[in-house]
Design a protein around this ligand. Structure first.
Ligand code: FAD
Length: 472
């Protein structure tokens, strides 16, 4: 018998529960990817995400071709694509891994209902999380809203099963006549601007993900606790885009690191890193249980917060990395050039936008969604709401980051700033963090004056917050 494996955010062959189950139960597998961004709502890939998707689909197609098959890529409605492929191949069943974003939960339920009514079996699996959102509840039976107790339960599931190898696959033979089949190029996922050339440092696909994990385990894991806060270093894994597209699973990551630690004496302790992956899981958990928080404040008390009027000029300078605050501009320029930004710096740029400039967090969320190669609805919304102070388990509002002291602390010699803000490459000493302190230097450097006064804008933000607390 023949089954369709519907690939979505699980663009890999190893440790792929749907593929694993389909290969065990059927003689032939048809691999399908449907490009249907209009079905994904706010979770549809932005420009940087589409760049990644293009290359990741090509990598998956190449892996399938090496095994005698191909990836059947179709653009349009998922249900139509599945129906047409079922008719053409005689498939009896559809296998897929679940996604927990609100639009896709609804879409998948609709597709399942329609296909089951037509006699097609639909089997779905958890292919992306250590534990599914439904499985972790508080003693009262509701969802957790605070990370640490959630993590305590989630941690007990990290080793629930060992990762699976790529199963022996008997793939539907390469055929040009499959309905709707289009070349990956025709999806026009690549930008027409020459903007993504700095993305060449990434290797989308399953093999690239594995390489990134090995590099991290060799070079950075041992120093992760301190190194993860230093943006000038490669102190983190950079697995985020690979995880978003499911080119590697958290089960594979944990098993790989555990094996390494066991093999080597003095092997690095993976716990702090695994806990960070727990935050990824927490964000999907929150989004699943509180689906309206993609746009609405997680904490409704925040609805009364007085944001400043939308400031198109400030927003543009923030996007372009010309706010005149060096650590913020370095981050925004890193983002534009590479599609990625260091986590510490994400917090600083988000804090400047939502607190010093008091622009609504959804404005920043939207820019990140379009420009990050790891743009991920759940992580992005949680990150923005966390910094803004409206989120679950968020940073207390009154703790407003000071970008100058943060910069001095985490980029002490300014190496990160100098890399991304060439105007300041030769700034002496402390001026790299606060160039306005020497007006003559600032003028000669060609670097802009700060967009806001950090001190007065901080006070204005605190006043707005105090008013919120006293609001009826
Ligand atoms: P590592 O430190 O190596 O962590 C490993 C993995 O754990 C990451 O790949 C990621 O999957 C997960 N992780 C780590 N930190 C977090 C976190 N704070 N929240 C959720 N998951 C985490 N991450 C995204 O993947 N996509 C986004 O769109 C996104 N938007 C963000 C927006 C803001 C305002 C902030 C403050 C954070 C955002 N993050 C987002 C979280 C975090 O910045 C990135 O996951 C991290 O920088 C990715 O780099 P890494 O893979 O080297 O991280």
């Amino acid at each position: 018998s023949t089954a369709i494996v519907w690939f979505r955010r699980d663009l890999r062959l190893a440790d792929h529960p749907a593929l694993h189950a389909a290969a065990a139960a059927h003689d032939r597998i048809v691999a399908l990817y449907v490009h249907a961004p209009e079905e994904e709502g706010q979770g549809a890939p932005g420009a940087a995400g589409r760049w990644w998707l293009h290359h990741s689909l090509a990598a998956l197609d190449a892996s399938l071709r090496a095994r005698g098959g191909q990836l059947t890529v179709v653009a349009g409605s998922s249900l139509d694509a599945l129906r047409a492929l079922i008719a053409a191949t005689g498939a009896e069943a559809v296998y897929l891994n679940r996604i927990y974003e609100p639009h896709l939960v609804r879409r998948d339920a609709k597709v399942r209902k329609a296909l089951e009514a037509e006699g097609i079996a639909v089997q779905s699996f958890n292919g992306s999380l250590w534990s599914e959102p439904d499985a972790i509840v508080t003693k009262q039976g509701g969802p957790y809203k605070v990370f640490t107790p959630f993590w305590r339960v989630l941690r007990t599931h990290v080793e629930d099963r060992a990762p699976w190898e790529v199963p022996r696959l008997s793939l539907y033979p390469v055929s040009d006549d499959l309905p709707g089949l289009v070349p990956i190029d025709s999806l026009a996922l690549l930008p027409t601007l020459d903007w993504a050339k700095g993305f060449a440092e990434w290797t989308p696909g399953e093999r690239g993900a594995r390489g990134m994990l090995e590099l991290f385990a060799d070079d950075a894991l041992a120093h992760y606790t301190e190194g993860r806060d230093l943006p000038a270093r490669h102190g983190t894994s950079r697995l985020s885009p690979h995880l978003h597209w499911g080119e590697i699973s958290p089960i594979q990551i944990a098993a790989f690191l555990r094996e390494r630690a066991a093999k080597r004496r003095n092997g690095a302790d993976p716990e702090p890193f695994l806990r960070q992956l727990g935050w990824r899981e927490f964000s999907q958990y929150l989004l699943y249980h509180f689906p309206t928080t993609t746009r609405k404040n997680f904490n409704p008390a925040f609805d009364a917060f007085r944001w400043a009027r939308r400031d198109a000029h400030a927003l543009r300078r923030w996007k372009e990395g010309r706010t005149g605050i060096p650590i913020v501009d370095a981050g925004m320029r890193e983002l534009w050039a590479t599609g990625w930004m260091h986590n510490r710096v994400r917090m600083l740029v988000a804090s400047l936008l939502t607190k010093n400039l008091r622009q609504h967090w959804t404005l920043g969320e939207r820019w990140f969604r379009d420009t990050l190669v790891d743009a991920d609805l759940a992580n992005n919304v949680m990150g923005w709401q966390w910094v803004a102070g409206s989120g679950a388990d968020a940073a207390p509002y009154f703790r407003i980051f000071n970008p100058v002291s943060q910069s001095e602390k985490f980029d002490p010699d300014g190496a990160y700033i100098r890399r991304w803000v060439p105007e300041l490459a030769d700034a002496p000493g402390r001026l790299v963090h606060a160039p306005w302190e020497d007006p003559a230097f600032l003028k000669a450097s060609g670097y802009p004056l700060p967009l806001v006064d950090l001190k007065t804008s901080r006070e204005a933000a605190l006043t707005a917050y105090r008013n919120l607390r006293h609001a009826p």
